[in-house]
Structure formats: C-alpha cells, structure tokens
Design a protein around this ligand. Structure first.
Ligand code: HEC
Length: 106
C-alpha cells in the first residue's frame, strides 16, 4: 500500500519534471541551436536572451505559451517576425524554455 503511494508519487514527479522541461538538456540544446544568432548578454543577429522569460515586446509578453509558439513558428506570435529558425520538437522546446527561465538575472 505505502509502496504503491511512493511509486505513484515518483511517477507524478517524473511526469511533471518532463512536461516542465529540463534546463540542463535545454542548455545543451541552446548552445547548439541558438548561440549562432543569440548571446545571453549580447545581441548578435537576434537580441540577447537572458531575462527573455517575462519580457515584454510590443503587445507580446514572452511567457511559457508565447515562447513555445515563438520557437515553433515566430510568425504566429508576431506576423512580422524575422527569425529564420523553427523547432518542431515539443520536448526540446520545453527544455530550452526551462533553461531560459532558469537563468539568473545579471
Ligand atoms: C538564424 C538565426 C537565429 C537562430 C538560429 C535563432 N534565432 Fe531567435 N531570433 C533571431 C532574430 C533575427 C530575432 C529577432 C526577430 C524579430 O524581432 O523579428 C530573434 C528573436 C528571438 C526571440 C524574441 C526576443 C525578443 O526580445 O523579442 C526569442 C525568444 C528567440 N529569438 C529565441 C531563440 C531560441 C531559444 C533559439 C534557439 C532554439 C533561437 N532563437 C534561434 C534569430 C535567430
């Protein structure tokens, strides 16, 4: 009985961690996929991304849902968006967003 409860709790924790994304994996993905165009603290072709979570840009606020849409197709967030990158893998999007969220402010 107790063991079943523990198992269920462990399972739920796994599911939550998974759906919330994994910042460690996100960091690796970010370094592979994003740093060609983005620095954390310096603008390259795209803007610096530290603190982008919660940032307001025009009428858009970059929260979990907006960032997820942005990474799947930026033009669904801003029709005029000019970012030549799409990430179709939802788990990878969640990992990268978890990483962006986890960055301490500078
Ligand atoms: C080919 C270059 C390129 C790549 C690769 C790229 N971006 Fe971008 N990104 C841009 C450009 C350019 C903009 C500015 C677009 C605009 O405002 O129209 C942008 C904008 C953004 C914004 C909006 C920031 C703001 O303040 O408005 C976010 C968030 C973002 N990128 C995240 C990412 C992430 C995360 C990755 C990697 C998964 C990534 N980008 C990969 C070029 C790129």
């Amino acid at each position: 009985m107790t063991r079943a409860v523990v198992l269920v709790a462990a399972f739920m924790t796994c599911v939550c961690l998974w759906s919330a994304g994994n910042a460690k994996r996100g960091e690796e993905l970010f370094n592979k996929m994003c740093t060609g165009c983005h620095g954390l603290d310096s603008a390259k072709e795209g803007p610096a991304l530290r603190g982008v979570y919660g940032r307001r840009s025009g009428s858009v606020v970059y929260d979990q849902a907006t960032l997820d849409r942005w990474l799947s197709d930026p033009t669904t967030v801003k029709p005029e968006a000019d970012m030549a990158f799409r990430l179709e893998n939802a788990a990878q999007r969640a990992d990268i967003i978890a990483y962006l969220k986890s960055l301490p402010p500078k």
